[in-house]
Structures are given as structure tokens and as C-alpha cells.
Design a protein around this ligand. Sequence first.
Ligand SMILES: *Cc1c(COP(=O)(O)O)cnc(C)c1O
Length: 359
Amino acid sequence: MSLPEPQPGIMEIALYVGGQSALAGHQDVLKLSSNENPLGPPPSAMEAVRDAAAQMHLYPATDHSDLRGAIADTWGLDADRLICGVGSDEVLQFVTQAYAGPGDEIIHTEHGFSMYTILTHMAGATPVKVPEVDRVVDVDAILAAVTDRTRVVLLTNPGNPTGTMLPEAELTRLADGLPERIILVLDCAYLEYVSDHDGGLSLAKSRPNVLMTRTFSKIYGLGGLRIGWGYGPREMIDVMNRIRQPFNLSGVQLAAATAAVRDQKWRDDCARLNRTERDRLTGALRQLGIACDDAHGNFVLARFADADEAGSADEALRAQGIIVRRVAGYGFPEGLRITVGDREQMGRVITALTDWRGV
Ligand SMILES: *Cc1c(COP(=O)(O)O)cnc(C)c1O
């Protein structure tokens, strides 16, 4: 007798592990493990959700035209070249599923997002991991890893958990070096925190094989609602729309995201707070002898002497009710990824680490 067999690749998937949110014995837990917005969701989005709640008996729009229009207005894009998904994770799933299958390869970099291997196996394709140099994406190593079977390159910029950023000239060099049959995906979940860098948007606008993905989960404070978008060539958007479920986003999701993306003051305020507190955290860590690169997102990767020291610092933070992210699974046993919070929250972290150091 033979039992039902899953599709190739599915049993290779290790379940995604999210950031921890509870800590036994602590009421006022400070969760800095999932890069969530310390200011919560924008009031403009909450109001839009209250209004949308009265329409929950109606099926939502299938074409997302209001949301695509709002995104296009905000970022100067062509609404016809936008696709919206259940988080940017779903947009990444559209591209991997539509363009890769068994026998194909999908390239990701050494410290790339853990969803990339999951999505690659979901498509039945083979993940190919390429090394980085000092926590920065290595364009030459990516180009050297390309084979006849390569279909997609998945790149995070700024990186997570590294927080480093690949300069525009390097992104262009990568796009120039890839054959046009290979899709370059620029996962820019943290781009709204970055000043003076377009993250490769000009490439997504002009190249036949570049897709940018963005999210409402980070600066817009809507991680719990699950909304993201992608921007790329019209042909690619048409392909992906064929495998998108017609009602993938609810009316509540669409209303919240449409209000949030138009809320420029919110975006500016959050980016400003993040810059100030990120600088403060970075400076304090370095003063305590804890290494970290200049960070470009809403988190800092603190690098300790070794895994034991990182574990000890993690325990000291937990004793104060603070949860940060262990990133051994991302290749940093000596690292802790700390989400940038507000002034009071960063004060708590700095005090806890200062006490732990005993200085
Ligand atoms: C947070 C994050 C996302 C966002 O995922 P959503 O599905 O939109 O919540 C995407 N990529 C990276 C690298 C991230 O860190």
C-alpha cells in the first residue's frame, strides 16, 4: 500500500520560526525581536479599518485598483505594473512559483531571509546559497553561482539580519551581469527607512527582469494585517496575477493599506524616530565594545565576541523583560538582532546591556 506523497521539495521545508513574544514572569515585556513599529499602526489606517468593518459582508475588489492607485501616486509608479499580496511573502511566492520548478535553481545570499529557502522548496526548486563578504552581498559571487538552471536571484536590500546595504552602482552591476532570462528580485522591506538610495527602484522601472517587493509590515506598522506589493515589468505582473487568488486581500486589508500609504507624515515621523534611536543604540553598543555595522533598516545586528557571550547578553536582556532575536539560524551565533524602538525602549536596552557589561 502506498500513502499520499507530497510534491517534491515540500518535506525539505523547515517551519518558519517567528520572533518570540512572551516571557514567563514578565508583565511589561518589550518585544524587539520582529522589527515591528514601536509607534503601532497609523491612526489613519485604524480609522479606515473601522469604516471598512461595516462592509465585511461584501467581497473585496479583485483588482486592488484603489490600493495600486495610492501606491502609484505615492512613489511615482505605473499602477498597471503593481501587484499586491498577503505580505510581501506572498509576492515572493508568486514569483518563485511562477518561474521556478523541479530542476531549477534559486539563488539567495548567505545571510538572506529564511523565507527564501522555504519558498524555493515550495516551488520544488533547489536553493543555492552564495557567500557574503563581511556581511555585505557579494555581486561577483552571485554572478559566479549562475548556471543554466538558475531562474531567480533573491536579494534583501537593506539586508536582514545584517542591516547592510548594497550601493546602487553594485545593484546595477548585478543587473547588468545577469542574463535577462533570470529574474532579479529586490526584497526592499526596509527601504522606507533608507534615505538617499532608491534600493534599485530605477532598475525595476527600466529592466525586463527586475522585480521589487515592498511591505506594509515594517514602517507602516501593519504586520498583523499582512499586506505587501511588488513592482516589475508588465509581462511579469501579468504572469503572477494568473496564480494570485482573486480575493487574496480582504476589504479591511485594502482599506488599511490605502490609508497608510497616503499618510506621508506617518512615514516621515517613523523614519525620523528610527534614525535618531538607531544612531543612539549603535553608538551605545560600540561604546560598550559590542561591534555593529552601520544599520540601514529598523534594527541593529549586535555582534559579540562569540556565541557564549551573545547568550549571556541575551539572558541579561530577558531578565529585564526584553526579547531580542537570536540569529544563529542566519549564520550569526555570536549575534543578537535588536529592533529599534522608541526613546524609552532603547533606554531600557542600553541600561540592561550596560549593567550586563558591569561598567
Ligand atoms: C519583514 C520582512 C519582509 C516582510 O514580509 P511581509 O510578508 O511583508 O510581512 C520581507 N522580507 C524581509 C527580508 C523582511 O525582513
